[in-house]
Design a protein around this ligand. Structure first.
Ligand code: FE
Length: 341
């Protein structure tokens, strides 16, 4: 776990709430699984506006959850930030989150992007999309996730392993849309269609499509944007060759997930935590927050980065993202049963 400091060293231990070392200044302790340079600008803007100093502890999402559990009452953590509703669900299940009552958040963040009891808030949107090889297909070869299981795609599909939260959440969304039986049959068909045993991350699926190893891949949208904006011409050539499909535009919309944040139960600075979360929902912060990872802003009316403008009006599945967490265990068991490694 990498510890980085922003304005001041993060002081771990019981003394912190009393303000050891930062006597009069108001502080906010942020435990985050995000690691984007642009986040610094976000913290600076908040400090300038509020006078509240942001101390940052970066780490792996599950490790941060464990750490907050271990620190228990002594935890200095005020705000926990991570990506994927399944991970927010794990934090929720660990009992480390507290609800935030805020009219500002309720107004700005669409209901389907926050926890029904305000235990966490979605701040950015990511779409899990289908990639295809434009040298194999002149036209997008499919329009719906459901089609990934069709026998016509036998041996064509690259997708990462089932232990990945992104895939678990995709399957959780299919369970919500089509029911568990249909989704299990779908997963079986998908496994039959795999070009290779699941391996690598999302970017590796895009690379495999561009390399002709598979003609169809599944991954989050921002990995493509990253390649398209890379300094390396080879990466840009990959993005050039690979087409994007935002599935299910004619129906429920494309499966989306969130980057989100929550107040930690027993936060030493609950007011600062609320203020910070509200700040993150402001138009200025929304732009910085979503741009950090080439995501879509969660707040309506805020424009995404230039590269995403063509997709800004695409239909996204308006299933409450908390359902992704609720269906997670079922999704994992189902993927296991069909041999999705
Ligand atoms: Fe990612």
């Amino acid at each position: 776990m990498a510890k980085t400091t922003h304005a001041a060293a993060l002081l771990i231990g019981v003394g912190l709430a009393a303000g050891v070392g930062v006597a009069a200044a108001q502080t906010l302790n942020l435990y985050t699984a995000r690691h984007y340079d642009s986040d610094e600008a976000l913290y600076d803007a908040f400090e300038e506006r509020s006078g509240i100093e942001v101390n940052v502890l970066q780490g792996d999402s599950d490790q941060l959850i464990e750490r907050i559990e271990r620190e228990a009452e002594a935890s200095p953590a005020d705000v926990f930030m991570t990506v994927d509703a399944a991970r927010l669900r794990r934090a929720e299940a660990a009992g480390i989150l507290a609800p935030v009552e805020s009219a500002v958040l309720a107004e700005r963040i669409p209901a389907e992007l926050r926890h029904p009891d305000d235990l966490w808030f979605g701040l950015s949107e990511r779409a899990r999309i289908v990639y295809y090889d434009t040298e194999v297909y002149d036209e997008p070869p499919l329009e719906r996730y459901e089609a990934l299981a069709e026998p016509r795609f036998e041996g064509e599909i690259c997708i990462r392993s089932s232990n990945n939260d992104y895939n678990q959440s995709l399957v959780a969304s299919l369970i919500a849309a089509n029911g568990p039986e249909a989704t299990e049959a779908w997963a079986e068909g998908l496994v039959d269609n795999m070009a290779r045993a699941p391996q690598g991350g999302d970017t590796d699926q895009i690379r495999a499509v561009a390399a002709g190893e598979c003609s169809i891949g599944v991954g989050n949208h921002y990995y493509w944007v990253r390649l398209a904006q890379s300094d390396d011409p080879a990466d840009r050539a990959i993005a050039e060759r690979v087409g994007m499909i935002f599935p299910n535009q004619d129906g429920r919309g494309t499966h989306r997930n969130i980057g989100g944040a929550a107040m930690v139960a027993g936060a030493p600075h609950p007011e600062a935590a609320r203020e910070f979360l509200e700040f993150l929902s402001s138009p200025q912060a929304q732009q910085l927050f979503s741009a950090g990872n080439n995501e879509f802003p969660a707040v309506e009316g805020v424009e995404p980065i230039e590269a995403l403008m063509p997709y800004a009006d695409y239909r996204m599945d308006d299933l409450n993202v908390s359902v992704l967490g609720e269906n997670n265990a079922r999704a994992v068991r189902l993927m296991d049963r069909v041999g999705w490694r």
